[in-house]
Design a protein around this ligand. Sequence first.
Ligand SMILES: *[C@@H]1O[C@H](CO)[C@@H](O)[C@H](O)[C@H]1NC(C)=O
Ligand SMILES: *[C@@H]1O[C@H](CO)[C@@H](O)[C@H](O)[C@H]1NC(C)=O
Length: 353
Amino acid sequence: MESLFAAAGIAFLLLLNAAGAESRRCHCDDDDDNGGGGRGGVDSSDQSPKLFVFGDSFADAGNTLKGPLGLNTRGWYEPCGVSDARHGNKPTGRCSDGMVQSDFLASILGHKEAPPAERMRRHDDVDLSAGVNFADSGAGVLLGWNLDTQIDVFRRLLRHKIIDKKDLSQSVALVAISAGVDYSDVPSDPADLDQYILNVTDGIVDGVRQLQDLGVNDVLVNLLPSIGCTPWNTRAYNYTQCARDTITGAHNKNLKHKLGDDESVLLLDLDTVFKGIVTPKTEKLFYHRHTPCCESVDKEGFCGQLDGDGNQQYTVCDGPDDYFYWDNTNPTQAGWKAVMEQLEGSIKDFLGI
Ligand SMILES: *[C@@H]1O[C@H](CO)[C@@H](O)[C@H](O)[C@H]1NC(C)=O
Ligand SMILES: *[C@@H]1O[C@H](CO)[C@@H](O)[C@H](O)[C@H]1NC(C)=O
């Protein structure tokens, strides 16, 4: 009885993590054959390792098509980008007030910001010498413009020599399937839930293996930060405490088990780092650790949402730097900076830079 009840509670909680999968647009603009090929080829003279980014809103720096305002396109609309001085404080498709994880990782590798979005690469002025970003807000393993599909696009760019295969020996990939999109709706039966989590983590492992088979040298893989501590779930407690969560631990355990011993893989423990910031034992890095800067009026709504008359259906804080979370899932720019500062040492050690 008790365990069934608990499981039902979890299913309910995590439903709030909703978001997930709005229907995705079609990436039909294949470049099979001709066209596109010559332009924007990867320049192998660059010294910093090339970065290829796969994943969700933690890493999407403008790859999601700028469609009508919606959950997955919110990065293209205000108030996203308000703190982003580098881009004129305008939205750039990033689900944050500014830079996201892929930007801070790029800067650790010696680049200016995240590599350009794959979707932009046919534009004349796009330089792919730093790498390519395939990540897409709303992506999971099983949902959205998912990891497999993103890797298929990568494979196609290799086949058409838009990315030079020999560059991959000095390349780094980030696999950032960690905003919890796959867990927006989960089976309530505990055995099915375990299998579901295994399916998700097996999908991540399979993605890593595909990247390795294609010749990528080093792969950084995000562990899942605690789903129970996201504003989606802490809102029910007026942003005072994390919700109980049986998914995050199992997800991360599976990944550690399958990838922990692989010397060409570094697991980025976002769970430990986020927890240390959100529920600090000692030093408090942020005044607002649970409450998001940008909060939808409706708990099922999203940051940036407008009603039919164009009225804001959200509130936004004055000082995003004092908040760890930007919206109900994603950290602020200051949040990402703090997270990546804590991971920088281990990333550099791992890459030998
Ligand atoms: C896990 O994946 C298998 C194989 O694709 C599928 O048949 C099964 O329904 C999935 N299980 C759950 C609980 O999602
Ligand atoms: C949250 O705050 C509201 C309004 O102050 C209050 O009515 C509600 O009981 C609080 N809920 C919890 C779980 O603390």
